[in-house]
Design a protein around this ligand. Structure first.
Ligand SMILES: *[C@@H]1O[C@H](CO)[C@@H](O)[C@H](O)[C@H]1NC(C)=O
Ligand SMILES: *[C@@H]1O[C@H](CO)[C@@H](O)[C@H](O)[C@H]1NC(C)=O
Ligand SMILES: *[C@@H]1O[C@H](CO)[C@@H](O)[C@H](O)[C@H]1NC(C)=O
Ligand SMILES: *[C@@H]1O[C@H](CO)[C@@H](O)[C@H](O)[C@H]1NC(C)=O
Ligand SMILES: *[C@@H]1O[C@H](CO)[C@@H](O)[C@H](O)[C@H]1NC(C)=O
Ligand SMILES: *[C@@H]1O[C@H](CO)[C@@H](O)[C@H](O)[C@H]1NC(C)=O
Ligand SMILES: *[C@@H]1O[C@H](CO)[C@@H](O)[C@H](O)[C@H]1NC(C)=O
Length: 810
């Protein structure tokens, strides 16, 4: 504690010089990050450059935690300087991905690498890249679990009738399959069955048929690749009956999962139980009605005939128990159930998500093969990674591209739509936020696919907290330490139960503790309160509450990075100095989140930061405000209202070649790689700049709209997204058509007019003629009547009637 004053002195000196430049300020902060610490472990964890002097003869008036040069300059023996441990990175096992080969089915490798051993310091993050590829022909263990109550009689017969199609279907799914068979009905206890002695023996007596006495679960056939044997066993099984419409599905499921030995589950296989039923299910609590009151023990209890022997003693399992078992044994369940009970199983599926699939079974099971195929495909299409890091201080975060070539890598553990042959790339970001205790320790993390759980990636993490000198107790120097203390890393540390500067204050002794309380007040602060109000004073030492630190609990925790949620952005970016982040070169901001590199502000194919129209702030362009003239915008301040956007123009050839499908995945122009994708009708992000490309297609004028974005933060790769297409008639064709129409119209109108005129003429001619004729006639008549002088030139003679008509006859 004696060096406190010298620390303050030192700081004062530096502070005076301090505000000269940022560089010096950085140095101060770097120094401050170390000297605050009074023990070796916290010292080395504080920042990468902090060293601890474990030399017992080192001056007690200068800080023991400091940078290398200062410690040497202050007289610390070279060999007594404690340095951070060397970083470790060792890929222990890295076999390449391997599909199943017929001769060595064991040699399958679905995850690469398999084992890595590495170290982590506090606030450090390491990125582990791994790939996963589902292997072709992965062994499949399929266990038929059939409801053999009376109503399922016909379903059994259907399954037998499918004996030829079943192997063909399974062969199509995988070359290595095995089948097993079990059946279930109901716990043989009141009130689920009738206890009338006649019906006890033959529960189907009312149907006047013979059937087996009611049982809960019976295992008929262990997993085998002999389909004939399977069919025979199904054919030979007999039905039974019970009273209610709910059966013991869960009892059966738990037995089928846990009776590893009898069922014969292989350690390297995908395990699927297909459960056929037309009834509801009993769950935990229902058994109590019939006196099966003990909680299900999740153990296998089969007698030598394959019957579940303690059905009447243990209750039905709960959904939570089933979930735990499915997860533990990595078994998937396909519920093939009839329509009337499907909704019941759908809600069960909600609770047992990734492990179950529900499908509608026809009344007579005729669609069972299709269900097996769909269920299997659904189950294998989901890949989900999980690990067992929860217990330890090391945390893992996952990013994945879900097997999309060139796709973006986003935070997720689960991928859907996975097909055989796809390689999924994952990144595990493994980080240690802070030291759980100042000791070197190990944590082993197993990352595995959650549904198969067989191949795994093992991470052996050495947690580098603490110092090598921790354990030393150099007897000879013990003399220098007071009676209740021992030497640790060069300083006297009080034994358990003792505290105070000389370790003579018992923690239990409140009076002695109170006497030292003045030492819990920050010096040189007027009216300082004990431990700044954020801790408890014990024998002159502050025990700070969570979130506060420092000798007097005067410091707050530092802000966490918004990017990786680690204090001051992690070990590579900055250190925490009494509530403030001191960022290393190249980083800035409150939590050292801002990179000072301008790489992300330079447009691809350009040399200017923000195209010369803005400044790069925290890795992003801030375009200058337009005083007069043009206002620039865009991610690189590259465009304005009436400029040609160079990024649009540069990418045009790649867009064109994408549109006529003549380029490969990546189109390269200059040193820029473009990937082009189409997301038509997607609303564009308002921050994206939209480019327009026009081209003629099948004599239509088409207009494409596309946006661009720097792919994966790298400025030399661009991701182009075509978001709209609109085609119209080209203008020349339009003019032609219009002209044609107009011409036709003109001609038509002309013809109509001519016809009109002509017909009008004809009509009027006819009328005139008619009039003329009438007039002529009238005038003739009139002439006869009106002119007294008129004498008709026509003379008329008549032969008398008596005159013989034909003289020749005479
Ligand atoms: C494992 O080996 C492959 C080459 O087979 C290599 O590309 C990969 O980087 C290695 N993985 C690790 C973690 O070193
Ligand atoms: C087998 O699989 C292939 C492709 O996966 C499919 O085209 C074919 O129809 C399947 N055959 C049967 C019998 O399901
Ligand atoms: C099923 O069993 C019956 C007799 O119980 C027999 O006649 C029939 O041939 C069997 N079917 C098959 C496919 O084995
Ligand atoms: C306390 O502060 C005063 C001025 O603020 C300074 O002169 C004095 O040296 C400080 N005392 C210590 C012990 O740092
Ligand atoms: C596709 O477009 C590119 C760029 O315009 C052009 O060079 C190429 O000849 C076109 N290919 C076909 C098949 O039209
Ligand atoms: C561009 O693509 C080529 C070929 O695919 C590749 O070799 C190169 O590394 C890529 N460049 C960048 C900057 O991604
Ligand atoms: C657009 O940019 C602003 C600031 O640059 C940001 O706050 C906002 O979230 C962005 N919007 C989208 C949809 O990305």
């Amino acid at each position: 504690m004696f060096f406190r004053f010298s620390v303050i002195r030192e700081l004062c000196i530096i502070s005076i010089v301090g505000y000269v430049s940022g560089q010096v300020q950085q140095q101060i902060l770097n120094k401050l990050a170390c000297i605050e610490h009074e023990e070796c472990g916290p010292c080395l964890s504080a920042a990468a450059h902090c060293r601890w002097c474990a030399d017992p003869y080192y001056s007690s008036s200068v800080p023991r935690c400091n940078d290398d040069e200062t410690l040497v300059a202050d007289g610390c023996a070279q060999n007594m300087i404690q340095r951070p441990y060397m970083s470790i990175w060792d890929v222990v096992q890295n076999h390449t991905l391997q599909d199943i080969s017929p001769d060595s089915p064991e040699a399958v490798v679905q995850i690469q690498p398999q084992k890595i051993s590495f170290s982590l310091k506090p606030r450090e993050t390491k990125i582990i890249k791994f790939s996963y590829r589902p292997a072709k022909n992965y062994p499949l263990d399929l266990y038929y679990l059939m409801d053999l109550t009376w109503s399922m009689k016909d379903d059994k017969e259907t399954l037998v009738s499918l004996r030829d199609d079943l192997p063909i279907l399974l062969k199509n799914l995988t070359d290595n399959f095995r089948l097993g068979f079990g059946s279930f009905a109901e716990k043989p206890i009141m009130p689920f069955i009738s206890v009338d002695p006649r019906r006890l023996e033959n529960p189907c007596a009312v149907e006047e048929e013979a059937c087996e006495a009611t049982y809960s679960y019976k295992h008929h056939l262990s997993l085998t690749n002999q389909v004939n044997e399977f069919i025979e066993k199904v054919n030979r099984s007999s039905v039974t009956a019970n009273l209610d419409n709910a059966e013991a599905q869960l009892d059966a499921l738990v037995q089928a999962i846990t009776c590893d030995e009898q069922v014969g589950w292989s350690p390297h296989s995908r395990k699927i139980v297909i459960l056929l039923s037309d009834g509801l299910m009993h769950t935990a609590g229902d058994g109590k009605l019939g006196g099966a009151s003990m909680k299900n023990d999740e153990e296998c209890h089969l007698d030598k005939n394959g019957y579940y022997s303690v059905a009447g003693i243990y209750d039905y399992p709960s959904i939570a128990q089933v979930y735990r078992l499915l997860d533990k044994y990595k078994v998937n369940v396909i519920f093939a159930v009839t329509e009337d009970v499907k909704s019941h199983y759908d809600s069960l599926h909600e609770l047992l998500r990734d492990y179950t699939y529900v499908a509608k079974l026809e009344r007579d099971s005729s669609n069972i093969l299709k269900l097996v195929k769909l269920g299997y495909e659904d189950i294998v299409s989901v890949v989900n990674f999980e690990d067992d890091s929860v217990a330890g201080p090391v945390k893992v975060k996952y990013l994945t591209d879900c097997g999309v070539k060139g796709g973006s890598i986003d935070e997720a553990t689960r991928c859907t739509g996975v097909k055989y042959g796809m390689t999924l790339n994952y990144e595990a970001h493994v980080s240690l936020e802070s030291c759980p205790e100042y000791k070197k320790s190990k944590q082993t993390i197993t990352i595995s696919e959650s549904q198969l759980g067989q191949d795994s990636l093992t991470l052996e993490v050495e947690i580098q907290c603490g110092c090598d000198c921790e354990g030393d107790s150099q007897q000879g120097i013990l003399l220098r330490c007071s009676p209740n203390s021992h030497l640790v890393c060069g300083v006297c540390r009080c034994n358990k139960g003792w505290s105070g500067p000389k370790c003579d204050c018992s923690i239990e002794d409140e009076a002695a503790s109170a006497a030292l309380s003045s030492q819990c007040r920050e010096p040189n602060v007027t009216r300082a309160i004990l431990c700044s109000g954020f801790g408890e004073c014990v024998c002159g030492q502050c025990e700070c509450d969570a979130g506060s630190n420092g000798r007097y609990c005067q410091c707050k925790a530092c802000p966490k990075s918004r990017v990786n949620n680690v204090e001051c952005g992690g070990i590579e970016r900055g250190v925490c100095v009494c509530g403030e982040c001191a960022c290393v070169n190249g980083w800035s901001g409150d939590s050292c989140d801002c990179t000072e590199s301008t790489d992300t502000c330079v447009a691809p194919g350009s040399d200017d930061v923000c195209s010369g129209h803005g400044e790069c702030v925290c890795g992003q362009c801030k375009c200058f405000k337009a005083d007069q003239g043009t206002a620039y915008s865009g991610a690189f301040c590259e465009t304005c209202a009436n400029c040609v956007n160079p990024l649009c123009a540069n990418a045009e050839p790649c867009i064109l070649c994408h549109l006529n499908s003549s380029c490969t995945d990546i189109c390269t122009i200059g040193n820029v790689n473009y990937t082009v994708s189409e997301r038509m009708n997607e609303a564009p992000n308002i921050n994206d700049t939209t480019c327009i490309l026009r081209q003629e297609e099948n004599s239509l004028n088409c207009e494409y709209r596309y946006t661009y974005r720097a792919a994966g933060k790298s400025m030399i790769a661009m991701e182009m997204v075509i978001i709209a297409k609109e085609c119209t008639q080209p203008t020349s064709a339009m003019i032609m058509t219009n002209a044609l129409i107009i011409m036709m119209c003109v001609i038509a109108i002309g013809v109509i007019i001519i016809l009109g005129v002509k017909s009008a003429q004809v009509v009027s001619d006819r009328r005139a003629y008619a009039k003329f004729m009438q007039e002529a006639q009238e005038s003739r008549k009139n002439m006869q009547e009106l002119n007294p002088l008129y004498k008709s030139p026509i003379s008329e003679f008549r032969l008398p009637e008596s005159y013989p008509r034909d003289r020749h006859d005479l």
